[in-house]
Design a binder for this molecule. Structure first.
Ligand SMILES: [Ca+2]
Length: 189
């Protein structure tokens, strides 16, 4: 089975961000979830984010995967990860997924552990031609940098045979379908 990842350069292995749109982010070879490179979002009181547009076609559904960790001993900042649907004129049609990660929830990359998220999007509204995938590090004074690697956006048919490796054993998630939007709030027990 061919597995199509609609995210280009999701592992940042070309050592640049292309075609990602980014703010307050760098590529580093100091850490990686796989390969040799990873994206590093600046911590602290700034807003840091990665954006990637992907072409989509209703009625596709997707599996969104990303690996996250923090750098250093400071608390990790809160993050909001989302998938938003648009038509060809960039008119917003709805959210497919919202993942909220509160502050101080990410493992320290120095411990060789990453938070590996794997979530399904809600169905794409009719008229959708593109999805905006946003990894948004929210401001929190004194918070750690965040490393991001192996971002994937796979069609559901592609992932049926994939082993689902969601968050670690000590992680719980509360999932709420609200008007068809898959909203996930992660927290450690
Ligand atoms: Ca990588």
């Amino acid at each position: 089975m061919t597995i199509e990842n609609k995210i280009s350069n999701g592992g940042f292995e070309i050592s640049t961000f292309s075609p990602w749109i980014y703010t307050n982010a760098t590529i580093t070879s100091e850490f990686c979830h796989s390969g040799s490179f990873t994206a590093r979002l600046s911590g602290g009181s700034v807003n840091s984010y990665l954006i990637h547009f992907v072409e989509v076609n209703p009625p596709e559904r997707f599996e969104f995967l990303v690996s996250l960790a923090k750098v250093g001993t400071n608390p990790s900042p809160p993050l909001s990860l989302s998938v938003a649907y648009y038509n060809a004129s960039f008119v917003f049609l709805g959210y497919g997924l919202i993942i909220n990660i509160p502050a101080n929830q990410l493992p320290n990359v120095a411990m060789k552990t990453w938070l590996e998220l794997n979530q399904t999007t809600s169905p794409i509204p009719l008229g959708t031609t593109q999805a905006l995938v946003l990894i948004n590090k929210l401001p929190l004074a004194g918070s750690a940098d965040v490393v991001v690697d192996d971002v994937s956006f796979l069609t559901i048919d592609s992932v049926i045979e994939l082993m689902r490796t969601t968050a670690s054993d000590n992680l719980s998630s509360g999932s709420l379908r609200n008007n068809g939007i898959n909203i996930v709030n992660f927290f450690f027990q």
